[in-house]
Design a binder for this molecule. Sequence first.
Ligand code: SAM
Length: 440
Amino acid sequence: MTPSARIAATVALLGDVAAAPRRPADATSNAFFRERRYIGSGDRRAVAERAWSVLRQKLRLDWHLAQHNMPSTPRMLIMAHLLLVERWTIDGVLQGFPGGRFNAGPPDPGEMAVIQALAGKPLSEEGQPAAPRFNLPDWALEGFQARFGDELPAAAAAMDQAAPLDLRANLLRGTVEQAAAALAAEGIPTERMTYSPWGLRIPDRRPILASKAFTDGLIEIQDEGSQLIALLTGARPGMRVVDYCAGAAGKTLAVAAMMGNRGRIVACDVSSTRLEGAVKRLRRAGVDNAERHLLVAGDRWVKRRAGQFDRVLVDAPCSGTGTWRRNPDARSRTTARDLAELVTKQREILDHVAELVRPGGRLVYATCSVLPDEDGSQVEAFLARHADYETVPLAEAWAEAASGMAQELPPPPGSGPWMELAPHSHGTDGFFAAVLRRKQ
Ligand SMILES: C[S@@+](CC[C@H](N)C(=O)[O-])C[C@H]1O[C@@H](n2cnc3c(N)ncnc32)[C@H](O)[C@@H]1O
């Protein structure tokens, strides 16, 4: 493809993303390239990388375009990206948008006026309101400020970067060293992680789904923060555990490995598609102590099992604000209304499952959000409603988890009542986890 044909393909991809505003951009992107198998891998990478960078910077680009009363069309977003992010000149942009077949077509007079106004401008500038300056949607600004305080500039900047590829060695299939050696033998070098005893990191992201280490179940893709949530359950062989919002079983797999396949873990979810997705993963990982339960309206599953579980993990549906490194489009896709609905849903789920835990057992509440409404405030409100629960501070929960493990753990990733992870402070996605004990 010529450079201008790549730009035209990026316009088309961003058009598809805009046409399906509630759909995650990676799903749209996969479908886009599936329908265009003639696009070679180099072109595909170039188109996807630029589209992804536009989505990563979209709130800032929107702001610049709004200053000129220009709607954020895919064409205009790319032109603004070329000027403000890639630092192209006006001539460069005009060459990128020529007429003719396979090209995006030249700018119209309105677009041309904006191109001229944006040329040479910085992406972020003095006087810009805080939300676009920190690349945050308006509805999330207050929560980010409350969570990070003076660290907000560093936290927001780290959230802007692409994330590494994090793997978890599956101890049901071998040791961490064996997993690392298997990957290295396939030309995929990895690094150990700071906190997770099972973690292997690939700093430069590369496809690993076709690797033998992956198909043999030696490794799973899982952010270090997610691994630490599983770790904080302190699950051990022989326990009875529920992973209540299990999705496609990401954390079920990690917890089952901690249990050495002994005891029982039930993966519940309201989504049959997600639970279905768990089947293959459980098999590949060699997990045979897990069962799945699809939650339906009026389900009495929880009521019938009151007080029966040692550990209940609620990996709650959330705004995903902690994962914006990986899902930059979610910044624009999620709304204030979504957040309000999620906070209500989280409260309802917590209240519903509280009775599943046996006295002395633990309820672990986790999100991949950094917003206090979904995290600390949600837990404080739960504790105020449930006098039979108390917090197990992070250091204590960490030490408890460590005592059940063969290898030593580093010091916990923080102090205080719960675990709060973020890209700038821990190199993980943004995560929250609180360990709550049901009193005897
Ligand atoms: C953060 S995701 C879980 C990710 C998963 N634990 C993992 O590690 O891969 C939240 C999950 O909660 C599920 N969910 C939404 N509402 C629910 C409810 N009322 N009860 C249980 N699960 C629910 C969603 O279908 C989604 O799979």
